[in-house]
Design a binder for this molecule. Structure first.
Ligand code: FES
Length: 250
């Protein structure tokens, strides 16, 4: 354990934790968009910036991936931090003015009409969908494509996410709620390549994914892929056979 100071308060924290976690454990709130307790930090959104002072020098860092250090002084709100967060939210509010979480943060920070050109993107590029799919689920079905202003999350080669297992973790973790999932029992559905498929399936529209329901290895009935989010939120690994046994048999 080590001791550091956050917003003037002396706190004791595990030496392996981050500034964000140490702050949250001590009821000091820091806004975040790309952080999730069940996943390693991404450092994408930059909203969690704080000022740290060590050896008499002050700098701005992202708190979600900056480790605590003995004797560190952290300031979570200052004129500099407020200005940085406001600019980030202003940019996001220009990109995604109709996304609820962005509107709420903009309201909280007093950002009214952004100075930048208005777009209407649903995705805020936090990267949580890509991260949960690769780090927690291990499917690696989606990725970031392109660069700069053209950057987006997409299936490989913009075709269909063939490695998607239909768990829906991306749908549930998305803070912008912009990923859509549909379970269909209709006899006929069409894969993105126009091939006709028969039988119940889960469709994740954003990734052109069509995942047929599997037969439960215990009772034999087809069932939609279960949601792993409950385990993810507790930071627990998924039970063996999680995607092979239906809810009833489990
Ligand atoms: S929460 Fe730290 S960069 Fe997004």
């Amino acid at each position: 354990m080590i001791t550091l100071t956050i917003d003037g308060k002396k706190i004791t924290a595990d030496k392996n934790t981050t500034i964000l976690k140490a702050a949250l454990e001590n009821r000091i709130t820091i806004p975040t968009l790309c952080s999730h307790e069940g996943l390693s930090p991404l450092g994408n959104c930059r909203l969690c910036v704080v000022e740290i002072t060590k050896n008499g020098r002050t700098k701005v860092v992202t708190s979600c991936n900056y480790p605590v250090e003995a004797g560190l002084t952290v300031t979570t709100t200052s004129d500099t931090i407020t200005a940085i967060r406001k600019t980030i939210i202003e940019l996001l509010a220009a990109r995604s003015p109709n996304v609820k979480i962005v509107r709420e943060l903009a309201d909280q920070m007093g950002v009214a009409i952004p100075r930048f050109t208005l777009e209407n993107e649903k995705c805020i590029l936090c990267g949580l969908c890509v991260h949960v799919c690769s780090e927690y689920i291990g499917a690696h079905a989606i990725t970031f494509s392109s660069h700069g202003t053209g950057k987006e999350v997409a299936p490989p080669l913009y075709r269909s996410a063939k490695d998607c297992i239909g768990c829906g973790a991306c749908v549930e973790i998305c803070p912008a709620q912009c990923i859509t999932l549909q379970d269909t029992k209709e006899a006929r559905t069409y894969s993105p390549r126009g091939k006709e498929d028969v039988g119940p399936a889960r469709l994740i529209h954003n990734w052109n994914a069509r995942v047929p329901w599997k037969a439960c290895t215990t009772c034999g009935n087809p069932f939609p892929p279960p949601s792993p989010v409950e385990y993810l939120e507790k930071g627990q690994p998924l039970p063996k056979n999680f995607f092979h046994i239906c809810e009833t048999c489990r």
